[in-house]
Design a protein around this ligand. Structure first.
Ligand SMILES: C[S@@+](CC[C@H](N)C(=O)[O-])C[C@H]1O[C@@H](n2cnc3c(N)ncnc32)[C@H](O)[C@@H]1O
Length: 238
């Protein structure tokens, strides 16, 4: 994928998620005090009904299950991720919940294996920040979405201001990497999380990246004081 001699960060990201996959769900619950579940539920509630839905950067499949409940039995849900080990953990959870035409697919967000306009909705939870560059992922998402289809992004942008901001920073920079290392045994992975949040676009930049990809932000919902944010965008065009 990388055309220059620079190392492809995406390879390191995939290896990291492969490595932490066995502890990923447990760490999610612990590190977010189980808030991650309610964030996914509240985010998915923003999506209008859709027949064919892609859960991109699906990881161990938690968002796919919420999408299934939201979209009803007729919808096809496809769970895609480039980490084989994350998908192997998703398989038993989502099997039977993806609907006719649904499935689990190993795919890179920067080069999706579907024709243009294949999906009515795409959802990405805590994933787009890990795609380098995020614009490459957004372009592919816009390509596979039908015009008028929706993208839902759930991501950490950090609280805007007020008392939560320094607390968020303290937790993300200092406590979370230590807790993550204790439980996962991987010192690198949970240092990567705060670094990736710091490096990622802020809300304004992200709206601009969406617009450049042909996606217009239509709604934004701050969760738990803005620790996580759900963004709904609509694919422009005819
Ligand atoms: C923090 S996890 C989120 C998983 C899941 N969406 C959730 O809510 O728990 C990020 C996931 O994005 C995947 N990912 C990162 N970059 C990717 C890329 N370029 N293409 C496909 N998947 C990618 C990783 O393998 C990982 O499973």
């Amino acid at each position: 994928m990388s055309t220059s001699s620079e190392p492809d960060l995406n390879v390191a990201v995939r290896e990291m998620f492969d490595a932490i996959s066995p502890r990923y769900d447990l760490l999610n619950r612990l590190l977010s005090a189980s808030l991650d579940r309610s964030w996914r539920n509240r985010a998915v509630a923003l999506l209008p009904p859709a027949g064919r839905v892609l859960d991109l950067c699906a990881g161990t499949g938690d968002l796919s299950l919420v999408l299934r409940r939201r979209m009803g039995p007729e919808a096809a849900v496809v769970s895609a991720d480039f980490s084989r080990r994350m998908l192997l953990l998703a398989l038993p959870k989502v099997a039977g919940a993806l609907g006719q035409g649904g499935g689990v697919v190993q795919a890179d967000a920067r080069s999706l294996p579907w024709p243009a306009r294949s999906y009515d909705a795409v959802a990405v939870a805590f994933g787009i920040r890990n795609v380098y560059p995020p614009a490459a992922g957004l372009r592919e998402i816009a390509r596979v979405l039908r015009p008028g289809g929706h993208l839902l992004v759930l991501e950490f942008f950090g609280p805007r201001q007020g008392y939560l901001r320094p607390l968020f920073s303290l937790y993300f920079r200092h406590l979370l990497p230590r807790l993550g290392r204790l439980v996962s045994g991987d010192s690198q992975a949970y240092r990567y999380l705060p670094e990736s949040v710091a490096r990622f676009a802020d809300r304004q930049e992200f709206a601009r990246l969406l617009a450049e990809a042909g996606l217009r932000q239509v709604q934004s919902l701050e969760l738990s004081g803005g620790i996580a944010t759900a963004i709904l965008a609509r694919r422009e065009g005819e």
